[in-house]
Design a protein. Structure first.
Lengths: 249, 353
């Protein structure tokens, strides 16, 4: 598996297939039992944590601080990787944090406490914080899972903008096939910890693959207005073979 | 419009943490210094301050000076030192275990320190490393042993402590160490037992500057380490994986934090005995005032912890004067209900996750 710089790569797979584990491996939070992971030419294991944090950022599925921070404090935590041992954030760090809040539409939440935010707001603050880390690689674990329809589209739009304007390389896991089809350059389909297929959405997002991956019959069509492939799940696969629909006699 | 936005821009240009650190250090610092200066004036015997500070009167003839400098000031200073160490250790344990009910006392770390000190005193061993004396070192070893057990429990249960497990572990450790302390007392002579019973209740009647000076190096090391750890603690509150992804070597940070927190606990217990509840009341109140950023919270809680224990000690010296109560009774009367209220308001299954 290779992630080219500037790409948006989506990881698809059923629950328990190893999406989150793969992201944590890529982030260097987990160590691989076998095999190696390289960032540019460096083995991830040989890079100190602090150096790694200036190269890649991670947006977890959910964030639960045990004690409450304000949104600005949360976003500024993304700057820690760039500070010396006893150094405090300076005006430049504040400027970067405000930019990231601007980009994620969280500027107005600056003084709010994180616990008081909605799921969608928390997700965007988490993205802002990772953004403040100013890395060229960002890993996102199900960035659209806790969002309603509008925020899903907004996050998709935000990620695409980050990718185009800042040249950020994004690796994300998701259950939302349409979300993946709309923004990803390349998809990685994994099942039970091994790769089923990988390549551009047009090549790998097929009815056969979706059946193999999720056990679901689905129609995959190019949607003229959306401008990308769309997946419409029809029914769990295998049902029609075992018991024909009752109304057919 | 122009003036306002320019003013806003100026205020906004500096990250709030700098302003808040300065404001917190100043306000809590002034409070702590005022407490240290005023508390020795209060007591069962009224004293004349001007006479106490008058250098023209020989010290041996100056009763006011003797009361001020020998009877009261060491006691107030030890209250300041012990209070700030216990409060700071409480903040660190709470961030490490991601739980506001974690304190040196509730985790059994104070009891471990007390056992260490008791062992050294009862067995009459003496050893020293540089300026560090026997009793502080022994109680550091005791608290370190207790912390190791807590650490093993916390890491063995993958996702950290639930509140239930943490409280049960604390109760068990406390009972275990207390039994061993009783066992030691059983062999001690009567007068020694009387003294240690008072000390075990949490007593600041140090009667000299010796114990303070002996504990000071340990506390100084702990405080510098806390300052260095503050940012890592902020991230550990989010969870180990997020801390890791933001550049913290989590395992190393956790180990350093556990050791330095037991250093502070051991030093505090060697001076004042296992005084309870300072590590929970003070961090909670200060967090409400200054928020959870540990670069503001840690210095604020340390300074306010000192002030808080000076005030408690003042109560214990005056409430039944001329009788002087062990200060641990006062902190327990305040802290016990506070702890229960915190436990109830968080819900039984609440954990830091």
């Amino acid at each position: 598996m290779q992630v080219p710089a500037g790409a948006i790569v989506g990881i698809l797979g059923p629950n328990g297939s190893g999406k989150t584990t793969l992201l944590k491996l890529l982030a260097g939070v987990l160590r691989p039992d076998s095999g190696t992971i390289h960032l540019d030419d460096h083995d991830l294991r040989s890079m100190p944590r602090s150096a790694l944090a200036t190269r890649l950022a991670m947006v977890p599925q959910e964030t639960h601080p045990a004690f409450d921070y304000t949104v600005l404090e949360m976003v500024l935590m993304g700057r820690y990787a760039h500070l010396g041992a006893f150094e405090l954030e300076g005006p430049n760090d504040l400027r970067v944090a405000r930019e990231c809040m601007e980009a994620t539409g969280t500027s107005l939440l600056e003084d709010r406490y994180f616990h008081t935010l909605s799921g969608g707001e928390k997700q965007r603050v988490a993205i802002a914080s990772a953004l403040a880390q100013a890395t060229d690689l960002m890993l996102l674990d199900e960035p659209s899972s806790s969002l309603d329809l509008r925020y899903q589209l907004e996050v998709a739009d935000l990620l695409q903008r980050l990718n185009r304007q800042r040249g950020a390389t994004l690796v994300l896991s998701t259950h939302d096939l349409n979300f993946a089809a709309s923004i990803c350059d390349s998809l990685l389909l994994i099942r039970e910890g091994s790769v089923l297929a990988s390549g551009p959405p047009r090549d790998v997002l097929t009815s056969d693959h979706i059946r193999a991956l999720y056990g679901v019959e689905a129609d995959v069509q190019e949607h003229p207005r959306a401008g990308h492939l769309t997946v419409v799940p029809i029914r769990p696969a295998g049902d029609s073979d075992e018991s024909p629909p009752r109304w057919v006699h | 419009m122009g003036a306002l936005t320019r003013a806003e821009a100026l205020v906004g240009a500096v990250p709030p943490v700098r302003r808040r650190m300065t404001a917190a250090a100043l306000s809590f610092g002034i409070l702590a210094v005022a407490a240290c200066a005023l508390a020795p004036l209060v007591g069962s015997t009224p004293i004349d301050v001007r006479r106490a500070w008058d250098p023209s009167i020989a010290f041996s003839d100056n009763v006011d000076a003797q009361i001020f400098f020998v009877a009261r000031l060491p006691r107030v200073l030890s209250a300041a030192l012990v209070g700030s160490s216990l409060a700071a250790a409480g903040v660190v344990f709470q961030a490490l275990l991601r739980n506001p009910l974690a304190t040196p006392f509730t985790l059994g770390v104070s009891a471990g320190a007390a056992l260490g000190a008791m062992l050294a005193i009862t067995l009459g061993v003496t050893f020293a490393i540089g300026p560090l004396g026997t009793v502080p070192l022994a109680s550091f070893v005791g608290s370190l042993a207790a912390v190791c057990i807590v650490y093993l429990l916390a890491t063995a249960r993958h996702r950290g402590f639930s509140t239930n497990v943490m409280l049960l572990a604390g109760v068990t450790l406390n009972a275990f160490f207390s039994a061993l302390i009783l066992f030691l007392q059983y062999f001690a002579d009567a007068t020694q037992t009387m003294r240690t019973v008072r000390w075990l209740m949490g007593d600041l009647d140090v009667a000299s500057y010796g114990p303070i000076l002996a504990a000071l190096p340990l506390i100084a090391i702990a405080i510098v380490t806390f300052a260095w750890l503050a940012r890592a603690l902020n991230l550990l509150v989010l969870g180990p994986e997020q801390a890791e992804a933001r550049g913290i070597d989590v395992l190393r940070a956790q180990r350093i934090a556990f050791v330095s927190a037991s250093l502070a606990t051991g030093a505090a217990v060697s001076v004042g005995g296992p005084i309870g509840f300072v590590g929970i009341v003070v961090p909670h109140l200060v967090r409400l005032l200054v928020g959870s950023d540990h670069r503001v919270l840690l210095p604020s809680a340390s300074l306010f912890g000192g002030t808080f224990l000076i005030a408690c000690d003042l109560v214990s010296r005056t409430v039944m004067a001329p009788l002087e109560l062990p200060v641990g009774i006062v902190t327990a009367v305040i802290g016990g209900p506070f702890f229960l209220w915190l436990l109830i308001s968080r819900g039984a299954g609440g954990s830091g996750q």
